[in-house]
Write a protein that binds this ligand. Structure first.
Ligand code: SAM
Length: 239
């Protein structure tokens, strides 16, 4: 992800977290912290943040920026209770899903907050995917990036192929059901997410600053007007 996209993505997720968790002094766990950009941002806002990631390289990069990042599989991660557990685009990867949600519950203090900032692989339709692939082609073609091929025809098939994974990625309904089985009723928000998929692939030329935000604005507008189906998924639950 280029720098301006990363900055905008971090600001978006940080605003979501700050809306539900009083950050100053809070003990926060980020699951799948990657390079630690969000963790560093939340720490700068007064939280005591621990990041966990299964990728040793990601943990090395997060530590290099001062994040308390731990190299572990979340399913085996143990620590003192947290005020909040954040899964930032990571839960859709973790098998077994119920075990991951159980781990999050066990790591929260009573009344603590679980937040998922995710995408729903199944929340797509052909017109939305046509918009996504066309825009992605335009953006990545200009920046000379890989994966920017023009999808002429079968957009649903192209989407399925791109997300074929072993083991399969979890769909939104499965994540929501797993959270509600353990936590009870959760609060669900659907919103923009294609902008991240469009802007996050590495490109030889950095995207113009403001590109991610411009696509986010466009996507938000089209969702509101009903011509795009939202595939961003945010979930909030209390232990
Ligand atoms: C799509 S990346 C998201 C990274 C970052 N949170 C972001 O939003 O840019 C998913 C991250 O989850 C991590 N991850 C996947 N499975 C995991 C597991 N079982 N335990 C801990 N981390 C995991 C991956 O290594 C990766 O860094």
């Amino acid at each position: 992800m280029d720098e301006s996209t990363q900055r905008f993505a971090t600001a978006q997720t940080a605003a979501f977290v700050a809306a539900h968790v009083p950050l100053r002094g809070a003990r926060v766990l980020e699951v799948g912290c990657g390079d630690g950009d969000l963790a560093a941002c939340l720490a700068a806002r007064g939280a005591e943040v621990v990041g966990v990631d299964v990728s040793a390289d990601a943990v090395r990069r997060a530590r290099a920026r001062g994040v308390d990042a731990r190299h572990a599989d979340f399913l085996a991660f143990r620590d003192a209770p947290f005020d909040a557990v954040l899964c930032t685009r990571s839960l859709h990867h973790i098998h077994d899903l119920d075990a991951a949600v159980e781990r999050a519950f066990a790591l929260l203090r009573p009344g603590g907050t679980l937040l998922l900032d995710e995408f729903d692989l199944a929340a797509v339709d052909a017109p939305s995917l046509r918009w996504y692939f066309d825009l992605r082609f335009l953006v990545r073609d200009v920046a000379g990036g890989a994966g920017g091929a023009l999808i002429e025809d079968d957009v649903l098939g192209a989407w399925r192929d791109e997300h074929a994974h072993e083991p399969p990625l979890h769909e939104g309904a499965a994540m929501i059901a797993a959270v509600e089985r353990r936590f009870g009723r959760a609060r669900i928000e659907r919103g923009p997410y294609y902008w991240i998929s469009i802007c996050s692939a590495p490109t030889p030329i950095p995207l113009p600053p403001g590109m991610a935000e411009a696509i986010w604005r466009l996507e938000t507008l089209r969702i509101r007007q009903g011509s795009l189906r939202a595939n961003g998924l945010r979930v909030l639950a209390r232990a």
